[in-house]
Design a protein. Structure first.
Length: 213
């Protein structure tokens, strides 16, 4: 009789342990999904930089595979370093169909932004553009950048499957089309359209001269 009671007691304990573990797994999965969802939806202002009260507002339409875009990005970064309170920058996606990694690089950048890592990821994309644009498959290079900027790779994987990522990129692209943008980089500096990295440099230098900086 004692043996039977012991067996029943053991079965009850095992059942309780199984139930507890099952609940823990379910809660863990739900927590992870909530975390991923929250991370994907967060940082909607990740693609802006600088003081919104700055006298110069730049909206940049970029294709990360575009060499002139890389030149322009380096110019803006240098200008903002030398004149930190002067520029408020907002970046928008304009991937060109002629660039095989234009859309893919934007998708990775958007996911980086949703983890609060947009600008570090952006800078690496620009710095390494000459390398990854020549690759037969660029995704591994983008994954490496994600690691280098300390992104959560599991969340990144989920984010890349999220249709809202491509929708966000397409929204920017459609806005650019509506504005009549035909090439990258195209900037709007205090509302004035400026096309090309060379024109950007001229426009910013003109502002410095006029402002007496």
């Amino acid at each position: 009789m004692a043996d039977k009671r012991s067996q029943v007691s053991a079965k009850i304990k095992i059942t309780i342990i199984v139930v507890v573990l099952s609940v823990a797994v379910v809660l863990g999965v739900k927590s992870l999904k909530a975390f991923v969802k929250g991370s994907v939806q967060a940082n909607i202002s990740a693609r802006v930089k600088g003081d919104k009260k700055a006298p110069v507002h730049i909206t940049e339409f970029i294709d990360f595979e575009c060499p002139a875009c890389a030149e322009g990005a380096r110019h803006i970064k240098k200008f903002m370093t030398e004149h930190p309170p002067t520029v408020y920058l907002e970046l928008k996606y304009f991937p060109l169909s002629s660039h095989r990694y234009g859309l893919l690089s934007a998708q990775y950048a958007e996911c980086a932004g949703r983890q609060g890592k947009f600008w570090p990821f952006h800078d690496y994309l620009i710095e390494r553009q000459a390398n990854w644009k020549r690759l037969a498959h660029a995704a591994p290079a983008f994954e490496q950048i994600a690691q280098d900027v300390d992104m959560n790779l599991e969340i990144l994987s989920q984010c890349l499957k999220d249709t809202s990522v491509t929708e966000s990129i397409q929204k920017d692209r459609q806005e650019g089309d509506t504005l009549g943008i035909k090439s990258t980089p195209t900037y709007y500096i205090n509302g004035k359209m400026v096309v090309g990295a060379a024109s950007l440099g001229t426009e910013l230098n003109k502002y410095v001269q006029e402002a007496g900086h």
